[in-house]
Design a protein around this ligand. Structure first.
Ligand code: 13P
Ligand code: SF4
Length: 286
C-alpha cells in the first residue's frame, strides 16, 4: 500500500506537469498502483503512442523508455530511475550482426525489444515476447538471427521449423535462475497447479510449462482459466496484478531468485523525486 501523502503528492504533480506514468508488471506493487498504465513491454510501447500528456515518466528499465522515445520523438520521456537497465539488452554485438549479414544473404535480423537503441538500429524488425512468433512466421526470409536472447530465439525456432535460425548467446539472469528441478519440486507440493512460463526461461523449464507467454499473456491466461492454482515462472512483480485480479486463486513461485534487481530499483520515492525535479532534467531519454 502506498503511503497516502506520497500518493497524493504524485497525483498532484503529475497533473500539474502533464505527465503520464507508465509501469511494467515487474516493478513494485505500490508503483504499479499509482501508474496510469501498467502492462508488458508490448502494451507499454503501444500505449506510449496514444497518450495525450506531453511527458511520460517510465517505471521500468532503460530499453522500455528508449522504445517509448523512439515511437514518440516529440514527447519527453523520463525514467523514474536512470540507472535501471536490463543486462540482456547489451548482449548482442554489432560487429557480429554485420558478420552474419555478410555470411547469409537471406537473413532477417530480428531484435527483441530488450535491446539497446544501437542494436535496434542494426536490425530489420523489432519484436516483443508477445508478438515474436507471429512476426517471425510472417517474415519472407529463410534465415533468422533473433538477438539478444538465446532462449526466446530457441523457443520460436521450435515452432517455425521451416526457417533456419542463427543463435546468439544472450540471456536473462532472472529467468535463467529458474530450473526444471525447482518446478518438479513445486509440482510435488502443488500437483494440481498449472505451470506458466515466460519464453525467456530455459528449455528445461519451457518443456514443463502448461502455458508459455509474455507477462500480459500469463495474466490473461490466469483470468480465463478454470484452474485455481498456478506455478509462476517469471519475475515476482507479476504476483501483484495476479493477486489483485484473482483474489480466490493461489500463486506459487519457484526458488528464491525470481527477482529483477534493476526493475526493483524503481521505488515510489524515486517516482516522486523525479516529478519534483523541474523538467526532470537528469533523465537520459529526453
Ligand atoms: P514482457 O515482454 O513480457 O513484458 O517481458 C519483458 C521482460 O523484461 C521480461 O524479462
Ligand atoms: Fe532484463 Fe530479465 Fe530484468 Fe527482464 S527480468 S528486465 S530481461 S534482467
Amino acid at each position: 500500500m502506498i503511503e497516502q501523502n506520497i500518493g497524493n503528492e504524485i497525483l498532484q504533480l503529475k497533473k500539474e506537469k502533464d505527465v503520464a506514468i507508465l509501469a511494467h508488471y515487474y516493478v513494485d506493487g505500490e508503483v504499479q498502483e499509482i501508474a496510469d498504465y501498467v502492462g508488458d513491454s508490448y502494451y507499454l510501447a503501444e500505449k506510449a503512442t496514444r497518450i495525450t500528456q506531453e511527458n511520460i515518466l517510465f517505471c521500468g528499465v532503460a530499453f522500455m523508455g528508449e522504445s517509448a522515445k523512439i515511437l514518440n520523438p516529440q514527447k519527453k520521456v523520463y525514467m523514474a530511475d536512470d540507472s535501471a537497465d536490463c543486462p540482456m539488452a547489451h548482449m548482442a554485438d554489432i560487429e557480429k550482426i554485420r558478420e552474419v549479414r555478410r555470411e547469409y544473404n537471406d537473413v532477417a535480423v530480428v531484435c527483441y525489444v530488450n535491446s539497446t537503441t544501437e542494436i535496434k538500429a542494426e536490425s530489420d524488425v523489432c519484436v516483443t515476447s508477445s508478438n515474436a512468433l507471429k512476426i517471425v512466421r510472417a517474415l519472407p526470409n529463410k534465415y533468422i538471427y533473433l538477438i539478444p536472447d538465446y532462449n526466446l530465439a530457441h523457443y520460436i525456432s521450435k515452432q517455425v521449423p521451416e526457417k533456419k535460425f542463427i543463435f546468439n548467446d544472450g540471456f536473462c539472469h532472472v529467468h535463467k535462475s529458474i530450473h526444471g528441478t525447482d518446478i518438479r519440486m513445486a509440482k510435488q507440493i502443488h500437483p494440481a497447479a498449472l505451470v506458466l512460463a515466460h519464453p525467456e526461461c530455459t528449455e528445461d523449464v519451457l518443456e514443463l510449462a502448461d502455458f508459455i507467454g509474455s507477462t500480459s499473456q500469463i495474466i490473461d491466461f490466469v483470468k480465463q482459466s478454470n484452474c485455481s492454482a498456478f506455478i509462476i515462472c517469471t519475475e515476482i512483480g507479476v504476483f501483484f496484478e495476479l493477486m489483485q485480479r484473482n483474489p480466490a486463486k493461489k500463486f506459487y513461485s519457484v526458488g528464491h531468485q525470481q527477482f529483477c534487481p534493476n526493475m526493483k530499483k524503481v521505488r515510489i520515492e524515486k517516482v516522486l523525486n523525479k516529478l519534483k525535479i523541474d523538467n526532470c532534467e537528469t533523465s537520459s531519454q529526453s
